[in-house]
Design a binder for this molecule. Structure first.
Ligand code: 5GP
Length: 177
């Protein structure tokens, strides 16, 4: 509860952005406050501890705001950070997956060699809405042979039931409608 209030104070909500009817949750202000930034990373670390499966081999961050959290966590845990990126951004041999967005489809890619078969993998991002991007990322991890430990997000838009799409444990710091 305290944790929720603490982070909620630093996250701004902007109605009708980027389009009418959407309330945009902006998590960037967390990173303008070193105490909030530190507490965020600590909160993710505690959540990883509570998974009870030891240190992950890989932390996967989703394009783009997962890149704000994943590398710091990986550095502190002493494990690999691996990006999942929108199509067309990564070189080399890739695994790709196409997923549905509100308007049309989008593609995600991961570098095949970045995850070794049986690596324990945790996926992080800032927010889960429909769960479409998280599900796609989970599929990429599995295509590489990785073992999906779960997902951690700052915010869950509970009304969209995104977590129901995912077949690994989902942890969130804040719930929003
Ligand atoms: P989903 O695939 O679950 O529908 O959407 C989640 C993705 O969209 C995440 O990568 C997240 O960064 C982005 N996203 C959707 N709505 C918001 C929002 O209100 N605030 C932020 N920061 N990201 C959002």
């Amino acid at each position: 509860k305290e944790k929720t209030t603490y982070f909620r104070q630093a996250i701004t909500q902007t109605p009708d952005f980027p389009k009418p009817g959407i309330v945009f949750e902006d998590i960037f202000p967390i990173f303008t406050s070193p105490p909030h930034h530190e507490a965020l990373i600590r909160a993710y670390e505690l959540q990883i501890k509570e998974l009870g499966v030891g240190t992950p081999d890989v932390i996967v961050g989703l394009d783009a705001r997962g890149f704000l959290i994943g590398p710091t966590l990986a550095l502190r845990a002493g494990c690999k950070f691996v990006p999942v990126r929108k199509a067309g951004k990564l070189p080399g041999k890739l695994e790709t997956v196409t997923y549905d967005k509100e308007y049309g489809a989008d593609s995600f890619a991961i570098q095949t060699a970045s995850i070794k078969p049986s690596d324990k993998v945790l996926v992080v991002d800032d927010l889960i809405a429909t769960g479409g991007s998280a599900k796609a990322a989970g599929e990429l991890v599995k295509k590489c042979g990785g073992q999906l430990l779960g997902y951690i997000f700052i915010i869950e838009l509970t009304g969209l039931k995104g977590r129901d799409k995912l077949d690994a444990p989902v942890y969130t710091l804040i719930e929003s409608q």
